[in-house]
Design a protein around this ligand. Structure first.
Ligand code: NAP
Length: 330
């Protein structure tokens, strides 16, 4: 398994991790037994980084991951997140909490659900605009000193926030959406800031929430309650325009002799040695397919063709509905 360093001072972890979110939430029906076998196969195949969050479910995804890694803790580089607060009675509602006392309580609760004594990488899921980042990261740093957390991360943080956070404690990773159709980090200063500070970029939704695989042909392919139906890129005219872009990726993948999912992942990993990706799938066969992206090598000519086929900023529609965009730190 190809490994990459998680930031300048971090450990080597698998360049492709496994995103576990869709096993419990957001993307239609799920089957825990199947998901657990997918997580265990990932570990068998050398994947070390598993990605979850307390808000996935809410809470059920951490419980699932905890069950899957029982007895195999030492094989896992376990990443989870705090800070997006959901009301189990109304899971569509969202609040952000970065207050120090909340950070401490959230960590204890995650440790318990995961059944572990420490978390390898603890991310603030969304920056709380009402709490100075220094206070939140200060509380996260205390967790490191207490041995409950090994490395710290931020998710969807702005360049200036990352800079301030890193003055309080080393930040190993920033997790942001990054894929052929979500390239904000290239233009908003996040990637250059990470590189200057020796922080890894962990690309979430590297398959464009499944769209870049070409497997989603119509909005009706998604379950009624699938979150993506609320996502502007999966709606109406945007969907049709984005499908044209994806069909170009499919054609390039066919010419290269790989699947569109593999091409999309190889593109992410080709953007820098400091970038890792955490594609998600519920299925063993797709996990195996996605991991084989590590064998797809893109030449400068391949990358040029992809850039022409899917130029920066070409995707139609915002990557979240307005309420979700409002939670992204800028
Ligand atoms: N920090 C954040 O705010 C944030 C936000 C979103 C996600 N994340 C993390 O990032 C991880 C990955 O992102 P994601 O799950 O949103 O999106 P993704 O990895 O871009 O795509 C996942 C979707 O693609 C489908 N898929 C996977 N492999 C496929 C293949 N080879 N062929 C066809 N379809 C395939 C999956 O469906 P099947 O299950 O049916 O295969 C799933 O619906 C999440 O699990 C989560 O841990 C973090």
């Amino acid at each position: 398994m190809l490994t990459r360093k998680l930031g300048k001072h971090g450990p080597q972890v698998s360049a492709l991790g496994l995103g576990c979110m869709g096993m419990s939430d957001f993307y239609g029906p799920h089957d825990d037994a199947q998901s657990i076998s997918t997580i265990r196969l990932a570990l068998d195949l050398g994947v070390t980084m598993l990605d979850t969050a307390d808000m996935y479910g809410p809470f059920t995804n951490e419980l699932l991951v905890g069950r899957a890694i029982e007895g195999r803790r030492e094989q896992v580089f376990l990443a989870t997140k705090f800070g997006i607060v959901r009301d189990p009675a109304d899971p569509a509602k969202r609040a952000i909490n970065g207050r120090p006392e909340y950070v401490r309580a959230a960590c204890e609760a995650s440790l318990k659900r995961l059944g572990v004594t420490h978390i390898d990488l603890y991310y603030q899921h969304r920056v709380d605009p009402t709490v100075p980042i220094e206070e939140t990261v200060g509380a996260m740093a205390e967790l490191v000193h207490a041995g409950k957390v090994r490395f710290l991360g931020l998710s969807e943080a702005a360049a200036g926030t990352i800079e301030r956070a890193a003055r309080v404690h080393a930040i190993a990773a920033v997790q942001s959406e990054f894929s052929l159709w979500s390239r904000d980090v290239e233009t908003d200063g996040v990637l250059t800031t990470c590189r200057r500070l020796g922080i890894a970029l962990v690309a979430y939704s590297p398959l464009g929430r499944g769209f870049l695989t070409g497997a989603i042909r119509r909005p009706e392919d998604l379950a009624e309650n699938d979150f993506r139906r609320q996502n502007p890129r999966f709606q109406g005219e945007n969907f049709a325009r984005n499908l044209q872009l994806v069909d170009r990726v499919r054609a390039l993948a066919a010419a290269k002799g790989c699947s569109p999912a593999q091409l999309a992942l190889a593109w992410v990993l080709a953007q820098g040695q400091d970038i890792l990706a955490i594609p998600g799938t519920r299925y063993q066969a797709r996990l195996t397919e996605n991991l084989a992206a590590l064998d797809v090598h893109l030449s400068a000519a391949d990358l040029g063709e992809l850039e022409r086929a899917f130029p920066l900023g070409a995707a139609a529609g915002m990557r979240y509905p307005p309420a979700g965009m409002a939670m992204v730190n800028r």
